[in-house]
Ligand binder design. Structure first.
Ligand SMILES: O=C(O)C1=C[C@@H](OP(=O)(O)O)[C@@H](O)[C@H](O)C1
Ligand SMILES: C=C(OP(=O)(O)O)C(=O)O
Length: 445
């Protein structure tokens, strides 16, 4: 769903950030809980679901496909229709701002013999969909979209789907997941091969729901094999807290003098934890306290303290997939470190909710930071602690992560930084403002 008029917000330097930051549930796992819950037979119960607009849009979509999605106290309840049981929606499916939502749904529905028309907000309508509709065509689905494979788009599902073997040309968990979800309703084995490992929440959750799915490392990369037409068993799911949201209080604490923030209960699945490793490589005072296993995932409490001695580094490109959503906020930390931070192998950043390299480079330059960029790389010259001048109003281009990154930048800048629209933050981190204010951040509308 599109949001209302733009709501500017300014962050100015405050005192230290202190206390505990309880960030919301993981966005990736929340989408998948609703989709797989809808494809199981019976009642799936989910606690800790992220109630951000992206996930709520996916919940509405699953209802349109015939599942029942309700709330019982703090628990979301999904009454699923079973693999192959999705029904033709009687209206356009509007996925709002969410690439994950639309791409996973396209996959799940593509092996059902009906047509679905998808759309989204002005950001989502610019994003490439051929990366998903190309492999879905191998199952027998046919897509008719706008030029360049953009939304609005109708996908005519395959009435008699065949299983597929597909090597993904881009490192994308959304593409991998779309193929696996399509493979659920194709008879036989669907195989996805990815050269670089991307987040593996779909694989873990499909296994949890009782699908036969195996992953093995091969010379070509990681090969995932799913046996189609399983009966998925409903699950009780506790969604862990989102490391991509944790990134904001963590990074803000590292750059605001005197800060000491605890971010409890964060999933440190290696396919998601790249930012935290990178910050530690830069010399951040970031520790993993109370490390433990929960629901088969490594979890820890993150403790971040003001780190005036951070140094710019070259981020290993093979880490990109494990921190793909965190580069915008990393660039803010980089601007507050000494020396240059180099980020390569990140062309994917140009096709997110906006061109994230361009949005961050433009905004950082307006705040006095030198940034160089090319098609798949960028580098930020650090100005040392408190060195960012600030004072600018930056455009967020309907991108929640750009908005939150510049608000974190404003907390440590010499003059406050204004984002032209804080509305998109509601897509992934609806309590961002109150959570940061409780830590001591100073925001003005
Ligand atoms: O599968 C997912 O849940 C996601 C995958 C990533 O996108 P790509 O698959 O396009 O890299 C990420 O950027 C997005 O926020 C969530
Ligand atoms: C890229 C993101 O999300 P999506 O692709 O689901 O829109 C994100 O949350 O940073």
């Amino acid at each position: 769903m599109s949001h209302g008029p733009a709501t500017p917000l300014t962050a100015t330097a405050s005192g230290p950030l202190t206390g505990e930051a309880h960030v919301p549930g993981d966005k990736s796992i929340s989408h998948r809980s609703l989709i797989l819950g809808a494809m199981a037979v019976g009642e799936t119960r989910v606690t800790g679901l992220l109630e951000g607009q992206d996930v709520l849009d996916t919940g509405r979509a699953m209802q349109a496909f015939g599942a029942r999605v309700t709330k019982d106290g703090d628990t979301w309840v999904v009454n699923g229709v079973g693999v192959g049981g999705l029904m033709e929606p009687d209206d356009v499916i509007d996925c709002g701002n969410s690439g994950t939502g639309v791409r996973l749904l396209m996959g799940a529905a593509a092996t059902h013999g009906f047509s679905v028309t998808y759309t989204g907000d002005a950001s989502l309508r610019k994003r490439p969909m051929a990366r998903v509709t190309d492999p879905l065509a191998l199952f027998g689905a046919v897509a008719h979209g706008r030029s360049g494979g953009r939304l609005p788009m109708t996908v005519v599902g395959a009435p008699e789907p065949v299983p597929v073997r597909y090597a993904t040309p881009v490192a994308s968990a959304q593409v991998k997941s779309a193929v696996l979800l399509a493979g659920l309703n194709a008879p036989g084995e669907t195989v996805v091969v990815e050269r670089e490992a991307t987040r593996d929440h779909s694989e873990r959750m499909l296994r949890g729901f009782g699908a036969q799915i195996e992953t093995r490392e091969t010379r070509e990369g990681r090969e995932i094999t799913l046996v189609g037409r399983p009966e998925l068993r409903p699950q009780t799911i506790v969604v862990p807290r989102d490391p991509s949201s944790a990134a904001f209080p963590v990074c803000a604490a590292l750059i605001v003098p005197g800060s000491d923030v605890l971010v409890p209960n964060i999933g440190l699945n290696p396919t998601r934890a790249g930012l935290f490793e990178t910050l530690r490589d830069m010399g951040a005072d970031l520790t993993y306290e109370n490390p433990r296993q929960e629901g088969g995932e490594p979890v820890a409490d993150l403790r971040a303290r003001f780190s005036p001695d951070m140094k710019g580094i070259e981020v290993p490109p093979d880490r990109a997939a494990s921190m793909i959503d965190e580069y915008p906020v990393l660039s803010v930390v980089a601007a507050n470190a000494e020396g240059t931070t180099v980020m390569r192998g990140v062309a994917e950043l140009r096709v997110k909710e906006c061109d994230r390299i361009d949005a961050m480079a433009t905004g950082l330059r307006a705040c006095g930071v030198t940034v160089r960029d090319g098609a798949d790389w960028w580098e930020v010259d650090g100005r040392g602690p408190g060195g960012v001048t600030g004072g600018a109003t930056v455009a967020v281009h309907l991108d929640h992560r750009i908005a939150m990154s510049f608000l974190c930048a404003g907390m440590a800048a010499q003059v406050g930084i204004t984002v032209d629209d804080a509305g998109p933050i509601l897509t992934s981190f609806p309590i961002f403002r109150s959570l940061m204010e409780e830590l001591g951040a100073d925001f003005t509308s």
